[in-house]
Design a protein. Structure first.
Length: 127
């Protein structure tokens, strides 16, 4: 199997498992249950309460899926960039050892892509 396809499937699998576990954790969250109970006290029918809870669970699941995709795609892109830049840097350093000081900041910039994906995921989950 192609290495890139394997890595993409691995990230998709990890992201889907993260969504499943995150949804279970969100279902146990007492804040959501308290909000549903307050809606139940204010509303007259139980159908509105179940719709509110189902929509809250759906929103939580979508948030966790979006966060997993943000981190996964950013890490795949960062890994690809670091691989290409690192290989080019090693080739340049083999010919000219003084080139290492110029090549290392570019590798750091490529690694920063993963950090931005994590920041976006953090904002998605907590905002």
């Amino acid at each position: 199997m192609n290495k890139k396809i394997f890595v993409a499937l691995l990230f998709a699998l990890v992201g889907s498992w993260a969504c499943v576990f995150a949804q279970e954790a969100a279902a146990e969250n007492t804040v959501v249950e308290t909000a549903v109970e307050s809606v139940a006290a204010a509303s007259e029918s139980t159908e509105e309460v179940s719709e509110a809870k189902n929509s809250s669970d759906l929103v939580q699941a979508i948030k966790y899926l979006a966060a997993a995709l943000a981190v996964g795609i950013a890490c795949i892109g960062g890994a690809s960039a670091v691989g290409k830049i690192g290989s080019a840097a090693m080739g340049a350093m083999s010919e000219n050892p003084e080139a290492s000081g110029k090549a290392i900041p570019f590798v750091g910039l490529a690694e920063g892509i993963c950090l931005w994906g994590f920041i976006v995921a953090f904002l998605i989950i907590f905002m």
